[in-house]
Design a protein around this ligand. Structure first.
Ligand code: GDP
Length: 300
């Protein structure tokens, strides 16, 4: 098990107790520990660099109040900066799922294969039914993997949402447009569009999802990303963020071993709010994103 940042810093702090201020010299060593802890939490290197700079600026000369040691004060600063970078400055409205459009509101899910898109389609659908009392239709445009279409059908039944069948010999855009037309005629509030993913980013996949976005005019284009991917999250997020006008992020598998550093990288790169997190394989494992809690998890 990795040492948490708090444990790391308390070791350093033992050598500098009695000092009343955070100074250039006692900060050096502590910042090195912060840097290691962030890297161990899988925060991408450019993001770590930026954070260290921000933390240093905030920390230097900070008065250490009351009984707090410089180490504890620094942990407080790190926590605050992390929360900020991860979306602490977003308003609850910015993190809210946007449905403010003429129904059906189209929600497009994009991401790599295995990121958890299909599971998330079910989770999101269930959440919309239970929490928002919406009438929801789901469709898969993954014509490359018939099993993925079947999976969405199963998940939709579990989530109590309707499923629009698609045929693997159709074009993704044709499927989605037929589903949208059906959703309009049958007065659905929301259409969730699950898209095909690849194991790595490729041009065809990106063009396909971009074409879907341009034609369906989704109110939300959500990037679904696995919290366990660590350092790779930054490249994937960059590629999706450049190709699609993303409106938000859903971070999956936050229940796993990872410290959640990917959250920080993805938010940093795309500048888009993380709206929900997936915390388990079951459809109930779905929560709104709380920046402060995630910062605490990254710090360990
Ligand atoms: P897709 O290829 O992007 O559609 O991904 P899937 O929805 O098929 O998910 C891939 C795997 O990740 C499946 O085994 C899911 O059960 C699992 N999965 C999805 N979301 C979560 C989550 O939040 N936590 C955990 N532990 N597993 C998840």
């Amino acid at each position: 098990m990795l040492d948490s940042l708090t444990q790391r810093l308390s070791k350093v702090v033992k050598t500098i107790t009695g000092q009343a201020r955070i100074t250039e010299s006692n900060t050096q060593e502590m910042l090195r520990e912060v840097r290691i802890a962030l890297l161990e939490a899988d925060v991408a290197i450019p993001v770590v660099r930026d954070l260290i700079k921000r933390i240093k600026e905030k920390a230097l000369g900070e008065e250490v109040v009351g009984s707090l040691t410089p180490g504890q004060a620094l942990v407080g600063i790190v926590h605050k900066e992390l929360t900020e970078v991860i979306g602490g400055s977003d308003t609850p409205q910015q993190r809210e799922l946007n449905l403010a459009t003429q129904p059906p509101a189209v929600l497009l899910l994009a991401g790599l294969q295995g990121a958890g898109k299909t599971t998330t389609a079910g989770k999101l659908g269930r959440w919309l039914v239970k929490e928002k009392k919406k009438k929801v239709l789901a469709v898969s445009t993954d014509v490359y993997r018939p099993a993925a279409i079947e999976q969405l059908k199963t998940v939709s039944a579990q989530a109590d949402i309707d499923f629009f069948p698609s045929q693997p010999n159709e074009k993704p855009l044709d499927i989605a447009e037929r589903a949208l037309d059906y959703a309009k005629r049958h007065f659905y509030d929301v259409l969730i569009v699950d898209t095909a993913g690849r194991l790595a980013i490729d041009e065809q996949m990106m063009n396909e999802v971009s074409e879907l976005e341009k034609n369906l005019h989704p109110i939300e284009t959500l990037f679904v990303v696995d919290a366990m991917v660590g350092q790779d999250a930054i490249n994937t997020a960059k590629a999706f963020g450049e190709k699609l006008p993303l409106t938000g992020i859903i971070l999956t598998k936050v229940d796993g071993d990872s410290r959640g550093g990917a959250a920080l990288s993805v938010r940093f790169v795309t500048g888009k709010p993380i709206k929900f997190i997936g915390v388990g394989e079951k459809l109930t494992g779905f929560q709104r994103f709380e920046p402060e809690a995630m910062a605490g998890r990254i710090l360990g």
